[in-house]
Design a protein around this ligand. Structure first.
Ligand code: IPD
Length: 271
């Protein structure tokens, strides 16, 4: 029998430790290595944070599996029924490299393919978003709720440009910006998928969508948004698939379906 209360205390301790580790580093070095292309970055701190969390969890929970952005756990991306931690050690690596204080550690625990814990922690401005299934969503310990706005014309929409220069993907991104700008209240982009989603959970924005993200970018935010009373669906309007590399979260299903109808779709290769 899993003791989720105990697991939650353990992961919070590790995340706080990881946060202290990276908080000091952001302005010190702009060094980064490239992954899939010149805007897909990794730093030594991404790898250190992922290792700290994986080592900390696996020293106590021997059967738990890991899907981490940097592949420190060595496992290939395969979500099974086994308790699995989905980890983005630094979401918003580009911001981190530039010293922009909008990066976070994003961690989710998925058991039997159901997300039980979601944590998004921005240690630079001390924003800790947390959720456990059925228990609500919180910012720094205080409950949060999505906005009640139902009009697209009054909705603030979080978007991203992503970490790929694929021309077909960029075409879809830019078409959507052009089409949506006159239809919505405003468009914003924080440079971190997880923090964008948390703005919807907080009620500070109504919608966030993106094509091309990975499961580690969105696993935690999905639970946080739903526990704050919002919805996560596929950007074409169907059910959300964590591995599809497509996400649309909104403060209500009504608003989610309204924007889904307006979007030029892009279908990346799945995780
Ligand atoms: C990226 C950021 C970015 C989003 C990309 C993600 P990373 O994550 O969340 O805002 O547009 O899709 O891959 O690489 O900084 O962990």
């Amino acid at each position: 029998m899993m003791n989720l209360d105990e697991i939650y205390i353990d992961i919070m301790r590790l995340i706080k430790e990881a946060g202290s580790m990276i908080r000091e580093r952001t302005y010190k070095s702009r060094e980064a290595n490239l992954k899939s292309c010149d805007i897909d970055l990794v730093t030594e701190w991404d790898q250190k944070v992922e290792k700290l969390i994986i080592d900390g969890i696996s020293s106590k929970y021997f059967d738990h599996k890991f899907i981490g952005e940097e592949g420190v756990g060595g496992t290939k991306i395969q979500l099974t029924e086994t308790p699995t931690w989905i980890i983005d050690p630094i979401d918003g690596t580009m911001n981190f490299v530039h010293g922009m204080p909008h990066s976070c550690i994003s961690v989710a625990l998925v058991v039997n393919k159901i997300t039980e814990i979601g944590i998004v922690y921005n240690p630079f401005i001390e924003q800790l978003f947390t959720a456990r299934r059925g228990k609500g969503a919180f910012l720094n310990g205080g409950p949060i709720k999505v906005s009640t706005e139902k009009e697209l014309a009054k909705a603030l929409v979080m978007i991203e440009f992503g970490t790929s220069r694929d021309p077909a993907k960029m075409d879809a991104v830019l078409k959507n910006v052009t089409h949506l700008t006159p239809l919505v209240h405003g468009i914003r982009c924080l440079g971190s998928a997880a923090l964008n989603g948390c703005m919807v959970a907080l009620g500070a924005a109504e919608i966030y969508y993106e094509f091309g993200i990975h499961c580690w970018d969105i696993a935690a935010l999905d639970l946080i948004v739903r526990e704050a009373g919002g919805v996560t669906i596929d950007p074409a309007g169907g059910p959300f698939d964590l591995m599809s590399r497509r996400v649309l979260c909104a403060s209500s299903m009504e608003l989610a379906q309204k924007i889904a109808k307006e979007l030029t779709q892009f279908y990346p290769e799945c995780d």
